[in-house]
Design a protein around this ligand. Structure first.
Ligand SMILES: CC(C)(COP(=O)(O)OP(=O)(O)OC[C@H]1O[C@@H](n2cnc3c(N)ncnc32)[C@H](O)[C@@H]1OP(=O)(O)O)[C@@H](O)C(=O)NCCC(=O)NCCS
Length: 177
């Protein structure tokens, strides 16, 4: 099994400090989950998700919350997760509260997290994105990812964007899914 250095708990961008989720993030996370096309998430489930993310942070990856350096409220999160991919070649993810979108925050945070995740010794990162999610595709493009393959699931096509732009030609191992 490969070993990787952990992603630092705290990362910095021009406008934000990126740090792990905490229990007192539950309120805004619940509000964020409510913007998804998914059943509502209650407080117990939100806290369970925060704890699950904590375990991933303990393994060296996981989420970092976008906390503006001016002290204003959290904007959302960026994350390195196993997702549809693998621990060795994990996925980058980004999700912001509606009022925080369209101001370059996701790109700014994702670029720093991309660098930190590659600095762990991993050779490739993925982002899986629905083709109709134009904002997310644009973030991927702006941080230097390129579409390497397309798959599909019950909800339709999924584009696999990768940092290396190439497709290793086999599905990433999903042992840690
Ligand atoms: C995807 C998401 C994180 C982007 O956050 P953001 O902070 O608004 O992103 P940025 O401002 O850094 O960049 C967004 C880019 O997409 C572009 N964009 C936004 N909406 C768009 C649309 N409907 N069509 C085309 N481009 C669009 C913006 O113009 C910007 O590109 P630009 O800098 O070239 O102008 C945010 O929209 C979000 O949270 N969406 C819901 C959750 C989600 O879909 N997550 C990703 C799952 S794969």
């Amino acid at each position: 099994m490969s070993t990787y250095t952990p992603i630092p708990l705290e990362l910095r961008t021009n406008r934000m400090l990126l740090t792990p989720e905490r229990e007192d993030d539950a309120s805004w996370l619940e509000r964020l989950f409510a913007t998804r096309d998914a059943p509502p998430v209650d407080r117990a489930e939100t806290l369970r998700r925060i704890r699950a993310m904590d375990e991933l942070v303990a393994r060296g990856i996981g989420a970092r919350v976008l906390r503006p350096v001016d002290g204003s409220a959290a904007l959302g999160y960026v994350a390195v997760v196993v997702g549809r991919a693998s621990f060795d070649e994990p996925e980058l993810a980004w999700e912001l509260l509606p009022e925080a979108r369209g101001q370059g925050y996701a790109t700014e945070a994702a670029a720093v997290l991309r660098d930190a995740a590659l600095a762990t010794g991993r050779r490739r990162l993925w982002a899986t994105i629905r083709p109709d999610n134009r904002a997310s595709r644009r973030v991927a493009e702006k941080i230097g990812l390129a579409v390497a393959r397309t798959s599909s699931d019950e909800r339709g096509p999924v584009e696999w964007w990768s940092t290396s732009g190439d497709d290793p030609g086999f599905p990433p191992a999903d042992v840690d899914r």
